[in-house]
Design a protein around this ligand. Structure first.
Ligand code: NAG
Length: 250
């Protein structure tokens, strides 16, 4: 179910000048989405059956390549299972081969406006490579899922096992994990210092892909199918504020 909230309903007051209205779209359903500008925000509560709780996500605004959004959730039970991945997808940053990409500039500024003690959640990029130019995230043509975690709280771990410690990319040090999921391989770059949260991230994402091409045989003829960013919630209660996110394709 999609509902809209009027943040400024000056019209009701009978103001003389035309009212300025700002609309935020609030999503409450399991798989509901909202599109604005370059982006689609989705609730993606794919694992909610493994827990008890709820989540609501709000598309605040889009402007050019920027989006601002929030999500609020509370989840209990099965602390090692992901309940949801509230995320945004840039609908224009996809459909090209890795070989044809010059850069993938991105900016992400975020904070927890509230956070329960012992919260188990990540804040992450989830990027997809596949064999079809029109393939989507987590599909039959997916080859690789590449995660970059800006935060992982409460002792949660990525899919698989630790492959390489202390990989330097974009001025940060990461631990690289690998594993498999369904028909694709998963690589996850995690801040090497446990508990670190990178709350202001402004960089180029291409070096993460280039590292995997150079070191793990990822083919540059694969297509970029999706760059999603959001939060995987395991257990706990939190409100996450993404004040600005952007990603572009050059
Ligand atoms: C999400 O919205 C529903 C419906 O308004 C509400 O019952 C629920 O408490 C909300 N959940 C959170 C975590 O805010």
């Amino acid at each position: 179910m999609i509902s809209s909230v009027l943040l400024a309903a000056a019209a009701a007051l009978g103001a003389v000048a035309a009212p300025i209205e700002e609309r935020a779209t609030v999503l409450t359903g399991q798989y509901t989405c909202a599109t604005s500008g370059d982006y689609t925000l989705c609730q993606n509560q794919w694992g909610s059956a493994n827990g008890v709780g709820s989540q609501n996500s709000t598309l605040v605004s889009t402007s050019g390549t920027d989006i601002s959004w929030t999500t609020t959730y509370t989840w209990a039970n099965n602390e090692n299972d992901v309940k949801t991945y509230a995320n945004v997808l840039n609908n224009n940053v996809l459909g090209v081969t890795l070989a044809s990409i010059t850069s993938l500039p991105t900016t992400w500024d975020w904070s927890y406006t509230s956070e329960s003690s012992g919260l188990r959640a990540d804040v992450s990029y989830d990027m997809w490579l596949g064999t079809s130019s029109t393939g989507t995230a987590a599909s039959s043509t997916s080859s690789y899922e590449i995660m970059v975690w800006l935060s992982g709280l409460g002792g949660i771990e990525p899919v698989g096992s630790l492959l390489t410690s202390s990989v330097s990319i974009d001025g940060y040090t990461w631990n690289l994990w690998s594993g498999t999921n369904s028909n694709w391989e998963v690589y996850s770059f995690i801040p090497a210092t446990s508990g670190t949260s990178i709350t202001s991230f402004s960089t180029n994402l291409l070096p993460f892909f280039t590292y995997l091409v150079t070191n793990h045989g990822v083919s540059t003829s694969l297509y970029l199918n999706a760059i999603q960013t959001g939060t995987e919630a395991f257990t706990g209660t939190a409100s996450l504020d993404i004040s600005t996110f952007s990603v572009a394709l050059n």
